[in-house]
Ligand binder design. Structure first.
Ligand code: RTP
Ligand code: MG
Length: 141
């Protein structure tokens, strides 16, 4: 299986709950390595740019407001099948539908405040990683 990289964001709700460490521990326990990380307060323009694919969706403004409501923890995760593995660990977008034991089932409150983001495909992972990190800031090991 291919070694992949994916962008993970621990969203403002989970950061505010002091759950960064618990969530990162789940990634590490599943064999994903944190190869880059930074705590960042997104500007409105940065959040709008990151979620530009959702610009026309009815939830776009709420999503941007939420993503700038406090600092987020952005990371690059690396490992076998990292994109799908991360999505599996995250659980469904709506925490009410997320499987027991997933991050969203355990840490998310609502479809808006849903604890984590994860890239959904290799192409989006590459774009999202480059949105936050220079190649010199990513340390495979
Ligand atoms: P993410 O991009 O954050 O990893 O989440 P996702 O792939 O599971 O969901 P996506 O469809 O990409 O939507 C991005 C984020 O927008 C919010 N959302 N709200 N109110 C709604 O119907 C609705 N749908 C999506 C969620 O916070 C979701 O994570
Ligand atoms: Mg998405």
């Amino acid at each position: 299986m291919a070694i992949e990289r994916t962008l993970s964001i621990i969203k403002p709700d989970a950061v505010a709950k002091n759950a960064i460490g618990q969530i990162v521990a789940r990634f590490e326990a599943a064999g994903l390595k944190v190869v880059a990380a930074r705590l960042v307060q997104l500007s409105r323009a940065e959040a709008e740019g990151f979620y530009a694919v959702h610009k026309e969706r009815p939830f776009f403004n709420d999503l941007v407001e939420f993503m700038i409501s406090g600092p987020v923890f952005v990371q690059v995760l690396e490992g076998e099948n990292a994109i799908a593995k991360n999505r599996e660990l995250m659980g469904a977008t709506n925490p009410k539908e997320a499987a027991p034991g997933t991050i969203r089932a355990d840490f998310a409150e609502s479809i808006d405040a849903n604890a984590v983001h994860g890239s959904d495909a290799p192409e989006t992972a590459a774009v999202e990683i480059a949105y936050f990190f220079a190649e010199t800031e990513i340390h495979s090991r």
